[in-house]
Ligand binder design. Structure first.
Ligand SMILES: Cc1cc2nc3c(=O)[nH]c(=O)nc-3n(C[C@H](O)[C@H](O)[C@H](O)COP(=O)(O)O)c2cc1C
Length: 216
């Protein structure tokens, strides 16, 4: 089949997000200008460069009370955020933090997640998360929106500090079998990393930097 995105696709649900998948999930923690903590998951999320390391995520649409989502408003107010990586063990809590709540509700509390201070930014992080990327806001790009209200935004941040739980480091590599990251598919579906395979790029064999097949 083929459809123009300006026409009806004819399927039961829009297939776009099921095709650009799996998408990693960054649980973005922020603080408002007056110090209220906020946490929400974003799966339009990824790394975009590595020297310096930069990430992007996309707060799209509006907050349930109107205006920008809390995450976007807070980043524009303070210039800082933390990406708390989501894994299998934290899947239910991650889901709770996506609740459409009134402004000012602390989703750490809502999901029963303990906080831990960051090193370089004044934003709390999720203590139970296996890895955290401390970020300073670099730029927000306003994207086009076909919806009547709200905008789509790409927030780009520079990663200035990285925390990794010792439990997910093995022989100097990130141990995916221990990390078990989850990712978003389409609809209400998710996936979890249970298998890893290695391939060397032509002419770039480096046996020390390869993980062999892992099955959990
Ligand atoms: C797994 C998952 C991924 C999500 N990804 C996005 C996303 O990429 N962009 C977005 O705008 N909302 C996304 N959401 C919805 C937000 O988490 C939700 O709107 C949240 O209430 C925003 O909170 P905030 O106002 O505190 O920023 C996602 C929800 C879930 C459960």
């Amino acid at each position: 089949m083929f459809y123009r995105t300006t026409d009806d696709h004819g399927l039961r649900f829009n297939p776009f997000k099921a095709l650009v998948a799996p998408r990693p999930i960054g649980c973005i923690s922020t603080e408002s200008a007056d110090g209220a903590a906020n946490l929400a998951p974003y799966s339009f999320f990824n790394g975009v460069s590595d020297s310096p390391p930069m990430v992007m995520f996309c707060p799209n649409g509006t907050h349930v009370e109107g205006g920008a989502k809390d995450t976007l408003a807070n980043i524009h107010a303070t210039g800082e955020f933390v990406c708390n990586l989501s894994n299998w063990a934290l899947r239910d809590e991650m889901n709770v933090t996506s609740s459409s709540t009134a402004r000012g509700v602390d989703e750490f509390e809502l999901a029963g997640l303990e906080t831990e201070p960051a090193e370089l930014v004044a934003v709390p992080r999720v203590k139970a998360s296996p890895a955290h990327l401390e970020c300073r806001h670099f730029q927000t790009i306003t994207l086009p929106s076909t919806k009547a209200e709200g905008t789509n935004n790409m927030v780009i941040g520079e990663v200035v500090g990285v925390h990794i739980s010792d439990a997910v480091i093995k022989d100097g590599l990130i141990d995916m079998a221990a990390l078990r990251p989850i990712a978003r598919l389409g609809y209400f579906d998710y996936t979890v990393v249970n298998e890893v395979f290695a391939m060397h790029r032509p002419g770039k064999a480096d046996p020390d930097a390869a993980q062999t097949l892992v099955k959990t």
